[in-house]
Design a protein around this ligand. Structure first.
Ligand code: SAH
Ligand code: SF4
Length: 350
């Protein structure tokens, strides 16, 4: 019999599972609380009778993550984790400290099948989806490892959350549950490369999360050349879906724009960007492209980045340049996992 992934269970599912086992109702609440505190073994559930712990161990498992590598920035304390999953796969997570608290950037898949040309996560395609419990465990492990409480989450690590739709929704329900981690949905961002079918489905949930769109280019031919997903859903279809999404949720949308030298940083790009985003209440996040060993993309120099930002602002757009955190441990998303699979080790491991 296959064991049940107990940490992915919603409270009502856990209740009916325990009722089937003939357990009193209050046990579900106790177990839920322990799981979301990040226990790794049923024996840590000290208020649960040993007999029940044994039954749970027999029928279920706690999907955790193990720290395989931990890189700490000497500049700002940012911690980059390489986590090993129970089947030996690796994923990455980043813990960042801001004035308002701790933010964790989580992965949603092992690898990614979207194949954006500037990104290291998708170089070897998709290995598998993460379960909701594996997404949660990236947070509970960061909390335990640092003795802190995480207040914000960004689903911007490895993987395309809307390509793992059901588990991402389940994660959002679990992480915001007041008996669990209780992180408000307003403190969570979900980033997508532009999976329009997923944006349409997500809209129906009316979650007050921040939807982040990885736009990266304002012209279809340019966007299709760096992001395959644009061949399936072009910019117009994507922005129409964003408008519908905004109409329903009334939430401001965030657009990510990775600036790549001589690819998408011309004046013409800034002008076109301001035209296509007209009518959408939004914020533009300019990200200096991270170099990836496997491609030749470079970020523009600082002056050019500021010039691009200025152009957008002069057109009435709200644009900021993303602060670089952990510059000394800069390994673009997906690169640590690649290093691990290629056997490359970094000197700065703690
Ligand atoms: N798959 C989702 C979320 C994960 S990627 C998405 O694409 O939105 C998170 C963000 O990192 C995206 O905006 C992505 O475009 C960006 N990104 C990926 N590789 C990058 C690189 N080398 N430099 C800068 N940004 C990058
Ligand atoms: Fe996947 Fe996002 Fe990387 Fe594109 S940028 S390959 S969607 S993780």
């Amino acid at each position: 019999m296959e064991k049940i992934d107990i940490k992915s269970m919603l409270p009502e599912e856990l209740s009916s599972f325990l009722a089937e086992l003939g357990q009193p109702k209050f046990r579900a609440g106790q177990i839920f609380k322990w799981l979301h505190l990040g226990v790794k073994d049923f024996d840590e559930m000290t208020d649960i009778p040993i007999a029940l712990r044994n039954i749970l161990r027999e029928k279920t498992y706690i999907a955790g993550v193990e720290i395989a590598r931990r890189l700490v920035s000497k500049i700002d304390g940012t911690v980059k984790y390489l986590y090993r999953l129970c089947d030996g796969e690796y994923i990455e997570s980043v813990l960042m400290k801001y004035e308002h608290g701790y933010t964790v950037c989580i992965s949603t898949q092992v690898g990614c099948r979207m194949g954006c040309s500037f990104c290291a996560s998708g170089l070897n395609g998709l290995k598998r989806n993460l379960t909701a419990s594996e997404m949660l465990s990236q947070l509970t492990e960061a909390q335990r490892d640092n003795g802190i409480r995480v207040s914000n989450v960004v689903m911007m690590g490895m993987g395309e959350p809307l390509d793992n739709f059901d588990n991402s929704i389940r994660f959002l329900k679990l992480v915001s549950n007041e008996k669990g981690m209780n992180i408000g949905l307003r403190h969570i961002s979900l980033s997508t490369s532009g999976v329009v079918s997923g944006i349409k489905r997500l809209k129906e949930y009316n979650f007050p999360i921040t939807l982040s769109i990885s736009l990266h280019a304002p012209f279809d031919d340019m966007r299709s050349s760096i992001m395959r997903v644009n061949k399936k859903w072009n910019i117009k279809e994507l922005l129409d879906a964003c408008k519908e999404y905004q109409k329903q949720t009334t939430r401001r949308i965030s657009f990510e724009y990775a600036l790549i030298e001589s690819v998408n940083n011309s004046n013409e790009c800034a002008e076109r960007l301001s035209e296509i985003l007209k009518g959408i209440m939004c914020h533009i996040n300019l990200i200096p492209a991270n170099p990836v060993k496997e491609n030749s993309f470079k970020k523009p120099d600082r002056n050019k980045i500021l010039h691009f930002q200025k152009l957008l602002i002069s057109k009435g757009l709200n644009a900021t340049v993303r602060r670089t955190l952990g510059a000394d441990i800069e390994a673009s998303c997906g690169q640590l996992r690649r290093q691990e699979s290629e056997g490359i080790k970094n000197a700065d491991i703690q």
